[in-house]
Ligand binder design. Structure first.
Ligand code: SIN
Length: 292
């Protein structure tokens, strides 16, 4: 490995690790990329400090993990369609990501991971909270895991993007067909680790198919409260040049907007993902410990 002081230090037992001893502005060898990817799958969100990256270096780092995603709605800096600006100041009426969500889960193939670097942070506040959807799934009872495992949910971008960005008045035909929408399993299997994760979120999920509206609303409310339990979380305190690299297949996050009217600013590069699927772990019969 070209950077021998590389180190991964868990922040909590369930989610989050600080990574040190690597300069992400330099080209990374395959062994380093494998080590970062392994740490990402295990810890679900990685935190790097003091990373001085241009937009091209930020994109080059992201590309080592897959093709880059272009956001369906947000504007981007000139010449960098794959870069999503994250910015709030005294004129902001809202900020991106200030509710629990998984990035762009309304896409048929939602992003695998996101890499956010902030260059300007408020004197205090502006943390990001991350929650492990592996831990949230593991904490459910077996009958609830089995029930959820047969369900499919609808995720829509319409209520999120209507009126904003490219969907703002006069920017684009505000037709329903233009908004992204997708159906995903409520429990998804992580394609690299095989672990199961809850995959519904307050940002994009509208309902669970096959249930009445009252049943769907009640079940989603239960899952949202369950997923937001503090024991599944890690909270990241930003500094200029910090990076958070999270796995959207196993986490949700929540950007805390508690710093108004201060400025918080940076850029996110997002890596394309694949279609979520659910693979049953083992049948009920093979789980039985009682001899027949
Ligand atoms: C986001 O990517 O959802 C925003 C996260 C943040 O600003 O901390």
């Amino acid at each position: 490995m070209s950077q021998p002081s590389f180190r991964v230090s868990p922040v909590t037992p369930r989610i989050g690790a600080e990574v040190s001893g690597v300069d992400l502005s330099l080209p990374l060898d395959d062994e380093m990329v494998r080590a970062i990817r392994t740490a990402l799958v295990e810890h679900q969100v990685l935190f790097f400090r003091d990373q001085d990256l241009t937009l091209d270096q930020h994109k080059a780092f992201g590309r080592r993990f897959g093709a880059l995603h272009v956001h369906p709605a947000s504007p981007s800096p000139e010449g960098h369609p794959e870069v999503l600006p994250i910015h709030a100041d005294a004129r902001s009426k809202r900020v991106a990501g200030e509710a629990w969500h998984t990035d762009v889960s309304c896409d048929e193939e939602p992003p695998m991971a996101s890499i956010l670097r902030l260059h300007t942070v408020p004197p205090c506040g502006g943390d990001t909270l991350f929650a492990s959807m592996f831990a949230a799934y593991d904490a459910l009872s077996r009958p609830m895991q089995d029930f959820l495992s047969g369900l499919t949910a609808v995720h829509s971008g319409e209520h999120v993007y209507r009126g904003y960005y490219k969907y703002a008045e006069g920017q684009r035909a505000d037709s329903k067909a233009a908004f992204p929408q997708a159906r995903h399993p409520v429990i998804r299997t992580h394609p690299e680790s095989g672990r199961q994760a809850i995959f519904v979120n307050t940002g994009f999920t509208t309902h669970i198919e096959g249930l009445t509206r009252r049943e769907s609303d009640a079940l989603l409310q239960f899952l949202y409260a369950h997923c937001a339990r503090p024991e599944f979380q890690v909270r990241f305190r930003w500094a200029p040049g910090s990076i958070a690299f999270w796995d959207n297949r196993s986490t949700q996050h929540h950007a805390m907007w508690d710093y108004y009217p201060q400025v918080r600013s940076g850029y996110r590069v997002t890596i394309q993902g694949d279609r979520p699927f659910h693979r049953a772990q083992e049948s009920a019969a093979s789980r039985s410990t009682v001899p027949a």
